[in-house]
Design a protein around this ligand. Sequence first.
Ligand code: PAF
Length: 289
Amino acid sequence: MNIITSPEDMQKTALALRRAGKRIGLVPTMGFLHEGHLSLIKLARRQANVVVLSIFVNPTQFGPNEDFSRYPRDFERDAALCKAAGVDIIFNPVPEAMYPAGYSVHVEENALSKGLCGASRPGHFRGVLTVVAKLFNLTLPDVAVFGQKDAQQARLIQQMARDLNFPVTIVLAPIIREADGLAKSSRNTYLSPAERREALCLQQALKTARRLYREGERDGQQIITAMKSGIEQIHSARVDYIAIVDRDKLQRVQRIEAPILVALAVQIGKTHLIDNLTLPEDGLSNLPE
Ligand code: PAF
């Protein structure tokens, strides 16, 4: 396994691999890897000869009051996990190399990024799309794998690849959950034992949505109200949003007719958690019964 820190070296290596006819699979991450990331690596390995995993805690996607400086980092552990999972190259640049002095170009999306997490985290998706565009240009992937847990991010990256003509196939990987159903996230490490128990309210709300949908409820607001009232019972929980949107444009729907995404973000203590459910279910959300 090769570890590359310089963007120039990464691009040279990727160009040489492409010229040699290799298919490159990219798994972009911010490190502190868990089983969710390992599932992305597995998917990339199936579709590529060379797997590049980037580890970069991207400063431009964190707001001024967010957790950039305390975001968990452990490069040695990540590198060992990557090696065991069969990653070929770790790309681990420093912020100054990705955003040198005078850096001034950003990628902005003006429709899908406005609601859900985009509404409460202004600038977040501008930072995500900018860094992902740079990672695409530096690693030249044939395929790039993103997790469904960040459903809005994944949808935005598909849109960016289409609108900016990146020659890359975007592959979505199902949500990986803990044994009790909590969606895996590097941020779960922030939770105290009591908060960890209370964090189950996200998937309980999604189960409520699924039960009502299965019983034939098609009024979006009825479902949202039932989800909200469950979360309001939980001491440390504060709802950021609960939304029912169409899968393509991520626009809120009143009456559920086409495939939808039920998405929610909840603050548990100081930790911002998200989860989602696709209906009809297609395996991407992996919500337990
Ligand atoms: O999902 C993440 O970990 C990040 O948003 C990504 C895609 C690596 C961009 O920094």
